[in-house]
Structures are given as C-alpha cells and as structure tokens.
Design a protein around this ligand. Structure first.
Ligand code: CA
Length: 537
C-alpha cells in the first residue's frame, strides 16, 4: 500500500440482545457516554436492521450473505441432513479472511456462536475463519462469572474465570485492549480489524453490584411511563419523526401487564436495573478501547461501528427453559448453589442467580416497536447503529443517516473502507456474490439507491421495499405497513393493497428460494423426531 493513505483500523462492536432504544443516544435511560461519544462525533443510522437472533445475525455480519446461505439459519445446532448445519460453511468468506488477505491483523475478543462442534477444533472456529487471535466463547450464552467454552486460540481456558473478581464483560474489554497494545508495539504500521463481540446484555442478569447501585430507582416509574419517555426522546433526537418512521408508539403488548397492575413492581425494577448495569459495563469497556486507541494516536484513523445482534429478548427463564437450553454451572466459584430461572423476589445480578428481564422490559427495550428477538417485526430486528471515523466518513458530526440497511451491508462497507476487495473464491471454491452494498457513500452523505431488504427466522418472514414492509409471524397472514410512517406497525394495509402484497410476496418467495431458506415445518419435523422444539411464542 505504499504511497496510499493509511488504511484505517476497524473496530466492530457488537452488543447481544440489546433493544433499539436502550442506549443514551437512542433515547434510553442507560448511561452510555462512550457510545454516545461515537454518535456525537460520528453518525447514527436510524433504520439499520439485524437478523433477529444471535447466530444468524453473526453469520450475516461476518459474511455479507444471508444466514441461510452460509449454514446458520437458526442457531449453531447441527440439524443436517434436513436442516442447517449450524456451522459457517466452507463456501463463504468472512470479513476477517478478506481483510487478512489484504494485510490486516485480525482479532476477536468475545462471542463467536458460529460452530456446532465446540469441543474439537474445526473449520468453523474463528481461528480458522480469518482471526489471527481469539479470546472468548464459542457458545451463545452463559454465566458472566464462569462462562463455558472460554478459549484462547484453540485452547480451553475456562480456569481463567476462577480468578477472584473475574467477569466476562471486563475480560472481553481487557483482551481487546491487550490485542491493540500488542499490535501497536509489534507491528504498529499495519492496520488491524478488531471484532469486539460482547455477550452483554444477553441473559443471565449478571452485573457488578456498584454498577447496579447507580440505577437504583431509575426504572421505578415502570414500563408504561418509560416507553412514553423514550419515544419523546427519540423524537427530540430526530431519530423518529412524522416523515421518518412515524411517531406512533406500538400499543402495549396484551401479554404485558399495565405497570399499575404489576403485582411485583419492586422485583421487576431490580431486574431492569441489572440489565442496565450490563449495558453500562459494556459501554465502560468501549470507553477503555477508545482511550487505548487515543493514547496510541490511532483513534481518528479508526472506523468504529457499534450495533446489536437482535432486539430485546422476551424469554422468561423458568427452570425448565434454563435446563433445556443452557447446561449451567450448578455451583458458584465459592461453592454456593446456583438458583436457575426467574424466581420472584430473588435479587438478580449475583453469580448465584440465573435470570432474565423478561417480556415486559424487552417491550421497553424495543420502544416504540412491536415484538422481540426471534420475530421480524421492527422490535426484533431494529438496532441502533453508530459509526465514527473522523478521517474517513465525512458526515457532519452527530448527524443521522436514514437509508434502510441490514447486516449484509456491513462486510462491503468495511472492505471498501479498507480498500479491500471481496474474493470470488475461497480455497479454490467459488463463493456467492456478496448480498449487501457498501454504506460508505451514504455515510459520505451521497445519494444511494435503495435495495430490497429480506428476513426469515424460524418461519417469521419479512421484506422491505420502498415505502412498504410486508411481514408475518409463522403460520399467520401477511401484514403490510407503510413503514416510512408506521415503524410501530400499527396500521395493517394488506387488505387495502392486495396488489402490493402480491408483488412483495413474489419478491420474498424468490429471495427465500435463491438463498436456501428451509421451511419451518421441515425444521419442526426434524426437532420432533429429536424430541425438542423451537422456543414457544
Ligand atoms: Ca443475541
């Protein structure tokens, strides 16, 4: 790259199960000064979408392809031969592989969740998908005090978590800082790519007591009032306006009680305080990474992108759910028993608990939208996205970019920023053309052509095209929304515009066929034979 401008470092920060309006710069109560700084000095995307769930979102983020194309349509379960393999297939290129090929050093600190076999090193492990250095977990969720599948490179290092005071969010931040410092010391002239994949604020509700204490009382007003307040702040920030997304608040989910009718408001408030503390701790880690880059003189040459992998999660962790989906540690490091599940009255946050914040608070997290993680209504797939790159983006600091984009657009964006090209093959095997398009022209405030956006997860399906979004829950009728003015999806226009529905259904069907979407019923039949099921509604 002699003679050319210095290629940027790239830091891709991913939150886990965090809703659209939790962080400060998207209207939330959580104090996130470091992410807010990225927004104040960079640009926020108001209509960015993920893929509704952990593994599929990560598959798409890493490859620029839809999850069904790369083997990870549901989670990292081996559902072959009928279903998805749950492994990143050999026939796709990760952003780490593409950047490494052009001279980037590549680091992953945090969660991977793209390998079905987490015991024996194989071709879907991050070390074999382009990452020079890996610290983190292969699995999708677990204790923040004693996570399973904790790895350095290909070696299990779960014993590191036995150290007093060890906490996963901090360990992810610590290792990210170390990777950057070592990179700068050893080959500082080269650019690097850091994938900083936090597991916060995914359940379980684990957080430092002093962080929780700072939120004491902050949610006592309850979800009804706080949803109204969040919408007002989203409007004030200009993230939602009459013309851009509308200013409607989705009606309270009938499964969520009015706060005034909540039989246990005190315990519920405690749960949300811990969730807030989880996000807060992640933001503190982002701050340390930014401070490290600043101290080393690299920050303004770094493209930093922050986003979440899916919307707020409505899963209520009862004991059966926990034991079915999460083989958990039954003892703390001190030898105390761990109580699995949401036990009313039990104070969340410590290593001896294993809870979630549940549907009602997820409803707040996804304000003003409908639905949750797993579903492809706006609450499941809308994420804040913040990008900062003073020497490269050219956007007015603090500005908003309103073009709709989704995860397949991240890889081409990062490759364009790095001056890297998307390979046509991997190990001699042709790879599919990238599905997304670079967001950089838009972030430079140039006009961009709109593209249709598509989603499918467990039979929940959607397509967004122009002013319309067509969406359905599995087994239900298609709904049609004039999404530019109704992101809360309150006014179903399907019966008024059957021609639009027909057109969008045909676009969706063509996409699903082309990308290899496996019908929900095929997966259900397979799971029935194996004595398990998809998560309940
Ligand atoms: Ca997630």
């Amino acid at each position: 790259m002699s003679g050319s401008a210095r290629r940027p470092d790239i830091v891709l920060v991913l939150a886990d199960d965090m809703g659209f309006s939790d962080i400060g710069c998207f209207g939330g109560e959580v104090e996130t000064p470091h992410i807010d700084r990225l927004a104040a000095e960079g640009v926020r995307l108001t209509q960015f979408y993920n893929t509704a769930r952990c593994s599929p979102s990560r598959a798409s983020l890493m490859t620029g392809l839809h999850p069904h194309q790369v083997g990870v349509g549901i989670l990292n379960f081996d559902d072959t031969p009928d279903g998805y393999p749950g492994d990143l297939t050999e026939g796709c290129v990760t952003v780490a592989e593409a950047l490494k090929a052009t001279g980037y050093a590549t680091y992953l600190s945090g969660k991977w969740h793209l390998s079905s076999d987490m015991e024996t090193p194989n071709g879907s492990w991050p070390t074999r998908r382009g990452f020079d250095r890996f610290f983190g977990t292969l699995e999708g969720a677990g204790s923040f005090y004693r996570p399973r599948t904790l790895m350095r490179q290909e070696t299990n290092v779960e014993e590191e978590a036995e150290a007093p005071g060890w906490f996963y969010t901090d360990a992810i931040s610590d290792n990210a800082v170390s990777f950057i410092e070592e990179h700068d010391a050893e080959h500082g002239e080269d650019p690097f790519f850091l994938y900083l994949a936090y597991t916060a604020p995914h359940w379980p509700l684990h957080a430092h007591e002093d962080d929780v204490a700072r939120y004491r009382g902050r949610f006592d007003a309850g979800w009804d009032t706080l949803r109204e307040e969040r919408l007002a702040r989203l409007e004030k920030e200009g993230i939602l306006t009459d013309e851009h997304g509308g200013t409607g608040l989705a009606e309270r989910d009938p499964r969520v009680p009015a706060w005034s009718q909540n039989p246990d408001p005190e315990w519920d408030a405690r749960r949300m305080e811990v969730y807030a503390a989880q996000v807060d701790r992640m933001d503190q880690g982002v701050g340390r990474v930014l401070a490290t880059l600043e101290r080393l003189g690299r920050l303004d040459d770094t493209l930093v992108v922050f986003l979440s992998d899916n919307g707020g999660c409505a899963e209520e962790l009862d004991r059966d759910f926990v034991t079915a989906f999460v083989p958990l540690q039954d003892r703390t490091r001190e030898g105390e028993p761990v109580t699995p599940g949401n036990v009313p009255g039990l104070v969340p946050g410590s290593e001896a608990t294993y809870m979630s914040y549940g549907r009602s608070w997820a409803h707040l997290s996804n304000t003003p939208f409908r639905e949750y993680k797993h579903w492809v209504h706006e609450g499941g797939i809308a994420t804040p996205l913040v990008a900062r790159w003073p020497r490269g983006l050219g956007a007015e600091p603090g500005s908003l970019h309103r073009s709709p984009h989704q995860l397949v657009d991240v890889l081409p964006t990062l490759l364009e920023a790095a001056g890297a090209s998307y390979p046509t093959q991997r190990d001699g095997v042709a790879v599919p053309p990238v599905e997304g398009r670079s967001m950089l022209p838009g972030l430079h405030s140039e006009t961009t052509d709109e593209a249709d956006l598509f989603w499918e997860h467990e039979g929940n399906s959607a397509v967004r095209s122009g002013r319309w979004k067509l969406v359905r829950k599995h087994g239900q009728d298609w709904e049609l929304y004039a999404i530019e003015r109704d992101r809360a999806e309150q006014h179903d226009l399907a019966t008024e515009h059957p021609d639009v529905v027909d057109d969008l259904v045909s676009r969706y069907d063509a996409w699903a066929e082309r990308c290899g979407v496996i019908p929900r019923q095929v997966v259900l039949d397979l799971y029935a034979r194996r004595g398990k099921g998809l998560p309940p509604e």
